[in-house]
Ligand binder design. Structure first.
Ligand SMILES: Nc1ncnc2c1ncn2[C@@H]1O[C@H](COP(=O)(O)OP(=O)(O)OP(=O)(O)O)[C@@H](O)[C@H]1O
Ligand SMILES: [Mg+2]
Length: 361
């Protein structure tokens, strides 16, 4: 699929702007702080409802304005699709998918697909397990809406369980926990099962992408940390047992110590943990390879690529890796942002958008 049009109204530093993207390579360039990331943030928001940049929705409304609106039209193999989000200073946002207004942000999922890389995504290889779980959760949610629902319910039950663990009356805890744990195990098994399937598909693509960019010099391995069984039924039993075994520990600590909220993705380059040993370029290459793998899992699942957003992805990569990366995304609609266009790097056709102060100039 490809995103044909993006419209921004009072979104961040944009007053009103329209992007007409090509189905191939699009380059958004401009000096720092002109609105390049803002534009691609809007695309990702329309695909997932999630922004890698904000915690609070209202931040996206242009300073001094009361509302903002972003919308996109895309062409998929099934036909045209559209998405719109309106943000209000003093009301909840509203979401419209293919002309139908909806209350749920999750309705955006499964309509317009995007894979996003920006330097913030380096957290994937550099920082906490939480960042890696978020990667898995967003990525799998786009493929599978049931995963998203299971995750929401799981988080609610987990919260309730954790609150219960803090109850001063221990007998209440020990009487009530088994009820929560039964429920928690069901959703935990759904989540862990889906993550396992996903990582099984992702890992070979990661290896392939990384090897391609590094000309076979480095070997990227990705796997889930955790010793859960293979089938959902077994995972369910594993979790139930683990919750029971750790019950007393959980009561002392006041939180739940086992489950999908504690899982992690292990990422190694040529056998070494990339987080502790990788160079900056290696870490960036690994993070980008994960994203390229994500593209390929989508392709396998839906028969077409999502739009790839590479926000400031090239810096820190040597010329060879930059060229290989561009080669790897041949045939995928890509929106690249950069501060200047290095003509020698791009030999294929591309469309340029020069941004200055929230305007295409
Ligand atoms: N709600 C808002 N209203 C108006 N302007 C905003 C809002 N939110 C962010 N901005 C402006 O957008 C600018 C940043 O835009 P953006 O992150 O897209 O820059 P960029 O072109 O990607 O720059 P860089 O090259 O440094 O990555 C900030 O300087 C900020 O002033
Ligand atoms: Mg930027």
């Amino acid at each position: 699929m490809f995103v044909k049009k993006l419209n921004l109204k009072n979104f961040r530093n944009y007053e009103r702007e329209e992007f007409d993207f090509s189905d191939g390579l699009n380059i958004i360039c401009g000096r720092n702080a002109q609105g390049k990331t803002n534009a691609v943030e809007a695309v990702f928001l329309l695909a997932t409802g999630y922004s890698p940049k904000v915690k609070r929705d209202k931040q996206v409304i242009r300073y001094g304005e009361r509302s903002a609106e972003i919308s996109a039209e895309a062409i998929t193999s099934y036909g045209a699709v559209s998405a719109k989000i309106e943000y209000f200073a003093d009301a909840n946002k509203s979401v419209t998918v293919n002309g139908q207004e909806t209350k749920k942000v999750s309705d955006l999922l499964g309509n317009l697909f995007a894979v996003f890389f920006n330097p913030g995504e380096l957290k994937l290889v550099q920082e906490s397990p939480e960042d890696r779980r978020r990667f898995l959760d967003i990525s799998i949610s786009q493929l599978n809406k049931q995963y998203f629902s299971a995750l929401s319910v799981y988080k609610k039950i987990l919260n309730q369980r954790n609150n219960l663990l803090k109850n001063p009356d221990k007998s209440v805890i020990f009487d009530t926990l088994p009820v929560w744990d039964e429920q928690l195990s069901v959703y935990a098994a759904d989540i862990i099962g889906a993550r396992r399937d996903y990582v099984k598909k992702l890992a070979p693509f990661c290896k392939e992408a990384h090897s391609f960019i590094t000309d076979g010099k480095e070997d990227l391995e990705v796997s889930l940390v955790g010793k859960y069984a293979d089938t959902k039924e077994e995972i369910y039993e594993n979790i139930k047992t683990a919750l029971a075994v750790n019950m007393e520990k959980d009561v002392i600590l006041g939180y739940t110590t086992v489950g999908p909220h504690r899982e992690d993705l292990k990422i190694t380059v040529s056998g070494e943990d990339v987080k502790n040993y990788g160079s900056q370029g290696q870490q960036r290459t690994a993070a980008i390879s994960l994203k390229l793998a994500e593209l390929n899992v989508y392709k396998e699942h839906f028969g077409e690529y999502p739009v790839l957003i590479l926000d400031d992805a090239m810096s820190e990569l040597d010329l060879y890796r930059q060229k290989r990366l561009l080669k790897a995304i041949d045939g995928v609609q890509t929106i690249v942002t950069c501060t200047h266009v290095d003509q020698s790097l791009y030999d294929a056709d591309y469309k340029t958008f020069k941004i200055d102060g929230g305007k295409i100039v």
